[in-house]
Every structure is written in structure tokens, then in C-alpha cells.
Design a binder for this molecule. Sequence first.
Ligand code: FAD
Length: 330
Amino acid sequence: MQTPFKKRVAVIGAGIAGLSCASRLQEMGFDVEVFEKSRGPSGRMSTRQGNGWAADHGAQYFTARDPLFLHNLKAWIEGGVVSSWHPKIGLFEDGQWHESSSDEKRYVANPGMNALGKFLAGDLIVHLNQTIDQLISIKDQWQLSSKESGPINSTFNYIILAIPAPQVVALAKKLPSEVESVCAAVDMDGCWTVIARFNEKPPFPFDATFVNGEIISWICRNQSKPDRSGKESWTIHASPSWSQENIELDAADVNRQLLECARNLGLDCRGAEISTHRWRYASGYSKANPEFIFIPKFYLGLCGDWLNGGRVEGAWLSGRKLADQIIGTN
Ligand code: FAD
């Protein structure tokens, strides 16, 4: 189906949800531009790189259950963007290690988790380093302004907010009541992440571990994923509750506490190069699970993981379903 004339859409946020929405709308004939505050696309599904190393420091892998998502996953696998990942997984619980017997299928993008975002951004116009800080609705048109460039010299028929709930509240000074109530019911926790780089593989018995009851919740060897090269790098995530309680802590203190916990768990990072990252809004979602929000009278849409279960698959589906809803009304 083609729209009779090209409606212009601005998508704020080039995470998986925004890119899924934008690419579907463009495919169906809309004129789409994406605005992203970071240096690259993919949002929380991202990979940090340094001199001779790379590490996935946001989403670690994703699962797939929905038929529409599975259908697209098949194409990404055939295109070499995504592969399945078969780590030896440990589970630390009640002070004891177990090897996980889970047969869950896990997928990763290659050569880093940000590769899927880069792939989805492929044919789209994505304006990077553009933090949208103002939305102005004049008659039936939307205008934007960014922190870096001031007023954007275009108008749009639709605006899509593909950003976490607290950032929606910060950006839109006055929200329609239906959006306000959904945002108000979402608490998002932060996540402190430490990346440790070693000269050689440390003696740790698992590729990845879920940790319960400690301040760390996840440890993962990046090189256990397909197509990873460079220095031996390990990603450590603090638990959501500890991260949120300590979100304003100094990075040096975070490192000290997390690395001590890692050492007690058997991963000794003394001598490793360390980087730290704070995700201010890492996880959390609406219990109402609306999938997406579309308010036709304001030509306004919202999508993101927080509206649909809080993970990569939910984020992609949220963007796709919002796009299909908009397409259906044109
Ligand atoms: P985001 O990825 O947050 O995208 C929003 C984008 O909007 C960002 O790029 C941001 O920079 C941009 N933005 C925000 N405000 C503005 C503005 N004003 N102007 C312009 N741009 C703006 N999921 C899994 O499925 N499996 C996992 O193992 C997993 N592990 C995780 C571990 C961590 C540490 C984190 C942080 C997340 C993890 N997740 C995991 C969750 C997963 O990453 C998210 O569900 C998914 O990536 C969210 O995509 P999104 O597009 O909804 O949001």
C-alpha cells in the first residue's frame, strides 16, 4: 500500500523501537527522518569500542517468540546480521554455582549488538548528535528543536517518541492525559556496567552467568559470542536494585564494589583495564502493556520496550505495531 502523498514523520530516538517504526513507515511510502542524541544508532542495544577491544555493554542477547519477530529474525540471520549464541551458562544462587540447564534460544547481532541497529538504520535518514529538546505543535504540523542545532528547519505531519518514559516526560512539557498516566506508572531502574579487558582469558568456568542475591546480576565473556575479535573483554552488570540505589555513586566506588563482588564470584579483574558505564534508564515497563500509544488527533505516537515488556523483542514489535497502526489510518 502506498500513501497518496508522502506524509512526513519525525521519529525521536534511534533505538530498536524507533528504527523498527521508521523503517516500516518508510517502506510503506512515508517520508521519515530520525533524530538521535547519541553518536550512533541502536540505543540500549549497544557496543562500546576502544583501542583494540569491543564489548556489548547494554543488551547482551535477545530471545524471540512472536511470529512476526521470528519472521524478521530469519531474514537477519540469513543476512549475517544476527546469529544464535550457545554459551555455557552458570547460575549463582544461594551461594552456590550450578550449570544452567535452560534450553532457551538466544540471539546476538554480529560483530556487536549495535550491528542490528546499524542494519535497521541502513536506508533511513538518521540525524545523529541531535538531542530533541522542544516539540511544537502548530495547526496540524509538528516542529522540533534540538539542543545542538536549535530549531529544525522542517515540519512533520506525525511525531513518534521512541524514547524511555522518563525522557518522554522530560521532553514533552504538556502531555495528553492518556500518555501522562502510562508514563507515571512506569519506574525505570538504572544499571551500572563494568567492562574488564584482559591480556588473556581469565580462568572462569562459564561464558555467561546469572547471579542472584549479590550486587552483580550478570557476567559475560564477549568473546564467547560469534564474530568477536580484539582483546578478551568481559561485561559485568550490577543488579537493577543495587544500581538504582547507587545511581549517583562515583564511578570509582562502583568499580571497587563490583570488582570485589566479581572476585568473590571467581572473576579476578586485578590487572585488567576497566571502563564503567551508567545506564540511567535501563529497565522497567508498563504493567498495562499497551504495546504502543497512538493518539490520532495529536498525530502523536509512542513506542519503546517500556510499553511492551521491556526487552529487545518487545521494543522492535512496539515500533512495528505503531507503524502499522499509522499506516492503517492513512
Ligand atoms: P532505547 O534503546 O533506549 O532507544 C531510545 C533512543 O532514544 C536512544 O538511542 C537514546 O539515545 C535516544 N534518545 C533519548 N532521548 C532523546 C532525545 N531527547 N532526542 C533524541 N534522541 C533521544 N534486552 C534484552 O532483550 N536482552 C538483554 O539481555 C538485555 N539486557 C540489557 C542490559 C542493559 C544494561 C540494558 C541497559 C538493557 C538491556 N536490555 C536487554 C533491554 C534492551 O536493551 C531494551 O529493551 C531495548 O534496547 C530498548 O529499545 P528502545 O528502542 O525501546 O529504547
